[in-house]
Ligand binder design. Structure first.
Ligand code: GDP
Length: 369
């Protein structure tokens, strides 16, 4: 119902009936000006996000609705979880509308990163996934890096059209929209920004000067991302908020790395080789011999091999094993959606095994940096 007042944070229709549904607000708080739902209130004041389940069919329906509009689609992806946050099939859903790809969180990469090279990499990967983009812009919504370019590209490409902003959860969509709002209008409206996935619930319209709008859509939840499969307490160790201090490990075949007890990495075949780890600085890495790895895990998971804690571990799907061969001839990353990636510094056809919770996307790709 479009006449229903909606939450100034997440955009959900406000209601006073059920506490575990989007938009709940106690009746006493409902008539306040610019009311926000209890959920947004809690996030803002206590950094406490209540998980409300999202319906992917609804999201796809919403995406499908974009096809019949005349608009610019801004697709935000997270550079740290590129393959995990790219909406596959976006092209199919949005029809002939142009797609601007905004790659967020570039502040996480080390100083001295070659952004031109990075942009080319993004263009190649997007194309390989069947996504036609009119432009690719790199930015950090949080640090304001590259933001002028984002605004410029949006202005240039939208003409006089609406702008739909789409993305997976946790890519920084709210942070970016907040910045757009600050740039575009005097509107004193903040959206919900939080560390927890799935916190922007409903479509929300931000009016532009020419009568058009920026339309924020709910974040789509992909369970192929580790960040969606772990309890909230573990997210802090997965999501980097500072530039990544990459770690180099020189490994012989027959050595294993544990990432807490979330992911296990075995180097099984190949010559002595260096691997560069790109994960959140808070992620704890433990090296051991492959022959000792099973025993070590059995004895120390959830304690020495943490995060997660033993209790948290119980709620996470069991591992599946991915056998990966590193191609010869070009530098590769082993990408583990939500954890980060491991750069293989050599092209000798090494063989590795990765154990990750069932469903998590694990793949070998052309090296990002
Ligand atoms: P949404 O779910 O896509 O709306 O994402 P949010 O805006 O709530 O951001 C999710 C998480 O990513 C939060 O912890 C943000 O602080 C963080 N984040 C957002 N933008 C950036 C960025 O440019 N760089 C970094 N390092 N973190 C960011």
């Amino acid at each position: 119902d479009k006449d229903q007042p909606s939450c100034a944070g997440c955009g959900a229709s406000l209601q006073t009936q059920s506490k575990d549904r989007p938009g709940y607000v106690p009746a006493s708080a409902l008539d306040a000006e610019a009311a926000i739902c209890q959920r947004c209130f809690r996030i803002r004041n206590y950094n406490d996000a209540v998980q409300v389940s999202m319906n992917n069919d609804e999201f796809l329906k919403l995406l499908g609705g974009i096809a019949s509009t005349d608009s610019l689609v801004v697709h935000i992806v997270d550079l740290f979880d590129f393959e995990g946050s790219l909406i596959s099939g976006l092209q199919r859903f949005v029809g002939n509308n142009p797609v601007l790809l905004v790659v967020n969180k570039i502040d996480l990469l080390p100083k001295g990163t070659n952004y031109n090279r990075l942009r080319n990499w993004v263009q190649r990967q997007a194309k390989a996934q069947g996504l036609r983009t009119v432009d690719v812009v790199l930015c950090s919504a949080k640090r304001g890096m590259g933001f002028d370019r984002v605004v410029e590209a949006v202005e240039q490409l939208r003409g006089q059209r609406d702008v739909y902003v789409v993305g997976a959860t946790n890519v920084g969509k709210s942070t970016l929209i907040n910045r757009l709002i600050a740039d575009y209008s005097d509107l004193e409206r903040e959206l919900t920004v939080s560390r927890f996935p799935g916190t922007t619930l409903d479509e929300i319209r931000i009016p532009l000067d020419d009568g058009k709008s920026i339309i924020d859509t709910p974040g789509i939840v992909y369970t192929s991302r580790l960040t969606e499969l772990v309890p909230r307490g573990v997210l802090g160790s997965l999501l980097p908020d500072k530039p990544i201090k990459s770690l180099v490990y020189q490994l012989d075949a027959g050595q294993t790395l544990f990432f807490g007890s979330l992911v296990r990495f075995d180097y099984t075949h190949g010559a002595n080789l260096s691997f560069t780890l790109y994960t959140a600085n808070a992620m704890k890495v433990h090296r051991t011999k492959l022959e000792r790895a099973d025993e070590l895990y059995a004895q120390h998971k959830g304690v020495m091999l943490a995060p997660p804690s033993l209790e948290e571990l119980q709620g996470i799907p069991a591992w599946t094993r991915h056998s990966l061969r590193i191609p010869r001839g070009s530098e590769s990353d082993i990408f583990i959606s939500g954890l980060g990636w491991i750069r293989v510094n050599g092209t000798n056809g090494a063989q590795v095994e990765v154990y990750a919770p069932k469903g998590v996307k694990v793949l070998v790709r052309e090296a990002l940096i």
